[in-house]
Structure formats: C-alpha cells, structure tokens
Design a protein around this ligand. Structure first.
Ligand SMILES: C[S@@+](CC[C@H](N)C(=O)[O-])C[C@H]1O[C@@H](n2cnc3c(N)ncnc32)[C@H](O)[C@@H]1O
Length: 268
C-alpha cells in the first residue's frame, strides 16, 4: 500500500507545520470566512496537522459551537492547549467510520492530494455535511513553482532537478501533485454547488520563512532522493541555494475551493 510521503513521525514535521501556519493560515482563514463562518457552527478539520486552523476555528465558533480536528498522526496537535468545544481525534479519513455528521463546515488543506483514495475521501466529506453546509478544500499546485531569479542558470537547473525528484516521490507514494487543478471539477461531480475557487502565491527569496518548506521536505526524504539520483553534493548545493537571497522561487500556489451541499429545496 502506498504510504503518505511526509509522515508526522519525522523530526522535520514541526518545521513544515510552522511554514504552513505562517505563510498560508491567513489565506485559509480568509477563505473559511467566505462561507459565512459564524458562532455556533459545527466544523470538521480533516488531517489538521498542528491544528493551527482547527484551533482558530474553535475561536471563531466559540463555546456554543464545536470543532472536531482529525489526523492519522495527531502528535503535533496534541501538545497545544484547547478548549473543551475543540476535540482532537486520531482518525484515518480513508478507512475509519465517519467522524460525525451534519457539519456546517468541513475543511481539509494539503491532505487529499497525498491520498490515492482522494475521490472516495471527497465523497465521504460531502456525506458528513448538513444540507447547505460548506466544504472547503485547499491544495498546492505542485506543477507551477517557477524560479523567478537565480545567481546563475546552473542554480536554477539544480532547483528544478531536486524539486522534480521530490514530486516524483510524491507520485510514487500515490499522491497527485496536480490534484489542485482537478479539484473544482471533482467537487462539482460530488454534487456540490455554488463553487468558487481562488489561487494564492507569493515570491519566496532564499532565506525566507516560506522557502524553508523545501528544506524540510527534502531533508525528510533525503534517502529516497539519493535513490532517485540526487547526490549528497546536489543536496548540499540545494540547501545553500535556499539560503541565498539572490535565489527567488515562486511559492507553491494554494488553490482554495469552496462548494455547498445543496439544500433539499434546491434539489426539487
Ligand atoms: C501536509 S500535512 C497538512 C497539515 C494541515 N492540514 C495543514 O495544512 O497545516 C498533511 C496532514 O494530513 C495527515 N494525513 C495523512 N493521511 C491521512 C489520513 N488518511 N487521514 C487523516 N489525516 C491524514 C498527515 O498526518 C498530516 O498531518
């Protein structure tokens, strides 16, 4: 069975989650607000990682609401304090019984693209919404990370080579690096309506907070990159490049798509 490439047991996980929180949480929060998120809502945060967004949802819905945060490996979320109306559960969204139903809002960021069963999971997420409830899915488009500036052409080629090898590993593990592009159509086929999509990207210069994501990811799978032909020397040069302010790469674009489960009267 293919296995999630960046499993949370690795030491690099904390670094990865802090980049995601710092660079993408404000974007995700803005997208979640667009659903009309309000006090008293019942929310499900799937594959919540550090639970930075799950905990933020808890603040937004207040004690009159409820948030369930799931993860197949919740150890990074378990250390954070949270109020009683925010529940953290160890849960596999592919195989375990559904974690409740009748949710006003279900959100998953950077989860489905890793799962070979992503379309089955999408159907499950729609199933747990109440009629009129919102699903917000967010994924990286891993096929558009152009180098925007580099000290020389060799450096740009090195980045592309190491990054392509990393994306190859993601595919070998059953991931779809371009699922973000297919997500809106998949959500429409799953029966969601009022679909809306936006894309967010920024430039990541060497040494910046965001570009460290490439360092955490490549360090975590260094052995497998070596098997894919990336030498230790390549990785050393790659790490140095990620610290060089003359090197600038586009961030992973985050596609955020929201869709609503139709109300019963919409179906008549
Ligand atoms: C790239 S991280 C994203 C974490 C968080 N959603 C964020 O955006 O900050 C993917 C998360 O999905 C979790 N995950 C992977 N497979 C899962 C599964 N089958 N069920 C639930 N969570 C899963 C991982 O443990 C990890 O925390």
């Amino acid at each position: 069975m293919p296995q999630y490439l960046f499993d949370n047991a690795a030491a690099q996980t904390g670094g990865r989650f802090s980049v995601l929180e710092r660079c993408y949480d404000p974007v995700s929060q803005g997208q979640l607000e667009l659903t009309g998120l309000a006090a008293g809502w019942r929310c499900l945060e799937v594959g919540g990682g550090s639970s930075s967004l799950g905990d933020w949802l808890g603040e937004r819905v207040g004690p009159g609401g409820q948030v369930t945060v799931t993860d197949i490996e919740p150890r990074w979320a378990a250390g954070r304090e949270r109020p009683a109306h925010v529940r953290l559960v160890r849960h596999d969204i592919v195989r375990d019984p559904l974690p409740g139903d009748g949710y006003d809002l279900v959100h998953a960021r950077l989860v489905l693209q890793h799962l070979p069963e992503r379309l089955h999971v999408l159907e499950r997420l729609v199933e747990v919404l109440r009629p009129g409830g919102w699903l917000v899915l967010e994924e990286f488009d891993c096929g558009w990370t152009p180098v925007l500036a580099a000290p020389d052409e060799t450096a740009a080629a090195l980045f592309d080579r190491v990054h392509s090898a990393l994306i190859g590993l993601l595919q070998e593990a059953g991931g779809d690096p371009l699922f973000a592009r297919r997500m809106t159509g998949a959500m429409a086929r799953a029966g969601l309506t009022r679909l809306a999509a936006t894309t967010y990207a920024e430039a990541w210069p060497g040494g910046s907070a965001g570009i460290a994501l490439h360092r955490h990811n490549s360090d975590q799978v260094a052995d497998r990159l070596a098997a894919a032909g990336i030498t230790n020397g390549d990785l050393d040069r790659f790490r140095a490049l990620l610290q060089d302010p003359a090197f600038i790469v586009n961030s992973y674009p985050l596609l955020s798509v929201r869709g609503r489960r139709p109300l019963l009267e919409d179906l008549r």
